[in-house]
Design a protein around this ligand. Structure first.
Ligand code: KIV
Length: 272
């Protein structure tokens, strides 16, 4: 029996918990600028993540490590200006919360104050306890992130599936329960076995949003440039491409160049 979807004028952290208890799956996509965020918000996506994947997608870096706090705030500000319904969550970038809890709080406050975002996201479990507690005590909603955590890529060495071994799976479950107990409002699980993600989603009351974590979680997130096919060199199994914008945009740009060269653009009606 299809359930009637509750209408949310503005998605909040509480709406997400509500969706989990009503069995409604949560949709989340990344955005790093006003125009993309406007499309995503208007299409009814529940959560917009201003991910530090902006480091790869927008700036062309190999990892998420180089992006700075000010650059994240710049991206987030445009997204916040566009989002009328979606909850906007912003990644605290690498190096802005790991060294001490005071710096973590300063970074979270700076994001909230200067971008107008609604929540922040951090990577890691028990090892970030102090940072996490301090941010949450200040009244800032925090989304956790476990599994493949790209800010630790040099520790992992590869982008392969995490927590396939029992010891790592056990630690991930403990970390997930720890994040919930500390007050995180939701959790992202990246690239872990679907069975493990299902176990975590069943154990937690907060929503679990997966990327490469299978179908039995409370919601899904993808990088919008990947699912729209604007990027084309990245083919993980979990990625569904809904468009092939790389090819479509290339054709349009080629046509434009050809039109300029052949004096076909602008024509009579395209000038003053
Ligand atoms: O930065 C990002 O885009 C993310 C998602 C992959 C969850 O953290």
């Amino acid at each position: 029996m299809p359930t009637t979807k509750k209408q949310y004028k503005r998605v909040t952290t509480n709406s997400l918990i509500d969706m989990k208890s009503n069995g409604e799956k949560i949709s989340m996509l990344t955005a790093y600028d006003f125009t993309m965020a406007k499309i995503i918000d208007n299409a009814g996506v529940d959560v917009i993540l201003v991910g530090d994947s902006a480091s790869n997608v927008m700036a062309g870096h190999e990892t998420t490590l180089p992006i700075t706090l000010d650059q994240m705030i710049y991206h987030a500000s445009g997204v916040v200006r566009a989002a009328k319904r979606s909850l906007v969550v912003v990644d605290i970038p690498f190096g802005s919360y790991q060294s001490d809890s005071k710096e973590a709080l300063r970074s979270a406050i700076k994001i909230m104050k200067e971008s107008g975002a609604h929540a922040v996201k951090v990577e890691g479990g028990m090892e970030i306890e102090n940072a996490l507690s301090r941010i949450i005590q200040a009244g800032i909603p925090v989304m956790g992130h476990l599994g493949l955590t790209p800010q630790s890529i040099y520790q992992f060495g590869t982008y392969t599936v995490r927590a396939k071994e029992e010891a790592e799976a056990k630690k991930l479950i403990e970390d997930a329960q720890f994040l919930e107990s500390k007050g995180c409002f939701a959790l992202v699980l990246e690239k872990i076995p679907a069975k493990l993600a299902k176990t975590v989603a069943e154990k937690l009351t907060i929503p679990v949003i997966g990327i490469g974590a299978g179908a039995h979680v409370d919601g899904q997130v993808l990088v919008s440039h990947d699912m729209l096919g604007m990027t084309h060199e990245f083919h993980p199994r979990f990625l569904r491409r809904y468009l092939n914008l790389f090819d479509d945009m290339t054709s349009a740009v080629k046509q434009y160049t050809a039109d300029v060269k052949s004096l076909n653009f602008p024509n009579e009606s395209e000038q003053y």
